[in-house]
Design a protein around this ligand. Sequence first.
Ligand code: AMP
Length: 281
Amino acid sequence: MQIARTVAEFRALRASQPGPLGLVPTMGYLHEGHQSLIRAARAANATVALSLFVNPTQFGPNEDFTRYPRDEARDLAICEAEGVDLLLMPSVEEMYPAGASTTVSVGPLSTVLEGAARPGHFDGVATVVTKLFTITEPDRAYFGQKDAQQLMVIRRLTEDLRLPVEIVGCPIIREPDGLAMSSRNVYLAPEERTQALALSRGLRAAVAAWDDGVRDASSLRSRVREEIEAQPLARIDYVSLADQGTLSELEGPVMLPALLSLAVRFGATRLIDNVVLEPSS
Ligand code: AMP
């Protein structure tokens, strides 16, 4: 594995690698969710690149940028073991040189749900992903369905800017007890960790209701809320059942496909999870 800390270093290394190139963008503190993206990239590309960059512009002023978990040595070992060829680990100054003032803003998809709760978040994501694409020039880029809205925003920007990269979405990887894997799970105190199981349990309850024929949007949202509201440490940011194409909130009988998503706080820790209600289910 070769490591680049600057754009110039990455470009020089990339030039000597065979194509196609698959890129896995991450903020590090890698877990099995990230590993599943690396494996998907490894299976389909001659060269796999992973970027490890905690992007300041996607964090709000009161968010966890400075305390975001970091463990470079462990991340390097995981990348080695998973067969990553090129690791891009740029500094903030390298990604945002003095005077940088360009922002990529994707529009309506960016302002609902996560975008409403975290103003500016998706501008930061869209800007850094566009930069990563122009730096690494991937043939394919891999993103998790765990961040369902982020995946939609990135698909939109790739199409709108006519970027020559195929966006590959990968399923959510969960702990054996159902909690969606996240670098932020490490923040949870033991009692919060136990109560956080209500997120996936709530989603499963809604899917079970869906399978039983329940189609009313607010009934489906209520199934999720009931599970989470029973947890004294949980504070719901939102529980949403939205059109999978536009993310507009659904009311009445659900027309498919629909994204059931949520954000819940436990103290200062904010967790997200989702499931897609499929036409066939
Ligand atoms: P992050 O390092 O949190 O920015 O995540 C980097 C990539 O890994 C994003 O595309 C995420 O959606 C994806 N990812 C994070 N957690 C999971 C998970 N539990 N399952 C699948 N993909 C994930």
